[in-house]
Design a protein around this ligand. Structure first.
Ligand code: GLY
Ligand code: MN
Ligand code: MN
Length: 410
């Protein structure tokens, strides 16, 4: 994504914020993994969406009413010694030259400078509570303004959640964003490598390695920790231990997707470890596949967010009654939630920079209408752990099929 795209996004956000307001957005913090080892740094998605700036210890400030000083970036200063140890920093100079900041200052000067940027603003667009450490800086700035108000200036009157405007922007993907998402999906076709490599007796982590290799060799990373669950582990929705052997006659459920250019893919496939489905496995697999196809058919403009889910639930419930897994009338089982014994999650979620992406699912208490440019997963499944009454034939079968869908005009 080039700097122009970020400029356009900031301008669009500032137009919606209106004058008399200011937006403040901190970068993601670095997180300690153990003692002095850090987790790999991943920029906050909102921050990256608006700036493309990849470093921690940085803060975006947007001030719509200032004609030529709308975008201020606070960041770490250049420091030859620290850069020798820990890597390159752009510094405030780089923030202006390469990232389109109108002004940039050292992060250590934040509390000296930010009150002055706020002083004519009525509302602060800032999401309180996400980063309690940073909340303190913002409140210090507001309080210092309140204490020292000069004539004609005042502390802001209100805080408005920045999510409200920004997350609706992120919900609609541009052509450039879709290009990155398609690339992330393409790299995630590592699923085929795992299918080819799989043999009874291998360990789940050996299949996970197929994904890590493919992701890294394509300049990508994982969008979330891969789930590789053989047999009964396929019935654990967020299984990530991936340390058990893969047994002959069992299924393996793999939920794994790449993150490329800041955008996620989220794909699940379930296949037999020995290459051949048993009859019981096939029954469940084909039912889940039919549910996915029905849900995808309902994923089109004008339909409600919930329509694909309802379509999947209908197919699954009817199918489970026909197979004998559930007893009763499908309509009644749907109404009373009887199906949720084996299908306990929803059929999808928004996907984008975050695998479970931002954006409201309801507007004014009504399911949102699907519109072109929205991207979501469709991921029905059935999970039948051992001990499930009346379903012994299907014990330890867990099947999910998940793909990523973009709503288009057609
Ligand atoms: N991989 C997480 C999910 O499918 O929602
Ligand atoms: Mn998934
Ligand atoms: Mn998903």
């Amino acid at each position: 994504m080039n700097a122009k795209v970020h400029t356009q996004r900031r301008r669009q956000l500032m137009r919606m914020m209106g004058d008399d307001s200011i937006a403040i957005l901190p970068a993601a913090p670095s997180l300690i993994r153990n003692r002095d080892v850090e987790h790999g740094f991943r920029q906050d998605s909102d921050f990256y969406y608006l700036s493309g700036f990849p470093e921690p210890e940085a803060v975006i400030v947007l001030i719509p009413h200032r004609k030529k000083k709308q975008y201020v970036l606070f960041c770490r200063e250049r420091d030859p010694l620290k850069e020798t140890w820990n890597g390159y920093r752009y510094g405030p100079e780089g923030a202006v030259e390469l990232f389109g900041a109108d002004e940039a200052y050292p992060i250590d000067d934040l509390e000296d400078i930010l009150p002055g940027l706020m002083e004519h603003c009525e509302s602060v667009h800032y999401t309180i509570g996400l980063n309690p450490e940073f909340d303190k800086h913002v409140l210090n700035c507001v309080n210092s303004l309140r204490r020292g108000s000069r004539r004609g200036t005042h502390a802001p009157y209100e805080f408005v959640s920045l999510d409200y405007l920004l997350h609706d922007m992120r919900l609609f993907k541009s052509r450039d964003e879709l290009r990155l998402m398609k690339k992330a999906a393409k790299i995630s076709v590592a699923h085929l490598n795992a299918m080819k490599a799989c043999q009874p007796g291998m360990y789940e982590y050996e299949l996970e390695a197929e994904f890590l290799y493919e992701f890294k060799s394509n300049g990508a990373d994982w969008a979330y920790p891969s789930i590789v669950g053989g047999g009964a582990n396929g019935c654990i929705l967020h299984y990530t231990e991936n340390n058990k052997p893969l047994n002959d006659g069992e299924l393996v459920l793999i939920d794994a997707g790449a993150e490329y250019g800041g955008y996620a893919a989220d794909i699940t496939r379930t296949f037999p470890v020995n290459g051949k489905y048993s009859n019981a496995q096939k029954e469940i697999y084909e039912l889940v596949l039919a549910a996915q196809e029905a849900a995808i058919k309902k994923t089109k403009p004008g339909n409600h967010w919930n329509d694909p889910h309802n379509a999947a639930v209908k197919v699954l419930t009817k199918g489970m009654v026909e197979l004998g897994m559930l007893k009763g009338k499908p309509a009644e089982l749907i109404k009373k939630g009887g199906y949720s014994k084996y299908y306990m999650h929803r059929t999808g979620h928004w996907i984008g920079m975050d695998v479970h992406d931002v954006g409201d699912y309801k507007v004014d208490d009504e399911w949102r209408l699907l519109e072109p440019g929205m991207t979501l997963t469709i991921e029905p499944g059935l999970y039948i752990p051992s001990g499930s009454r009346g379903a012994k034939r299907w014990w330890n079968i867990g099947v999910r099929i998940e793909d990523d869908i973009v709503v288009t005009k057609e």
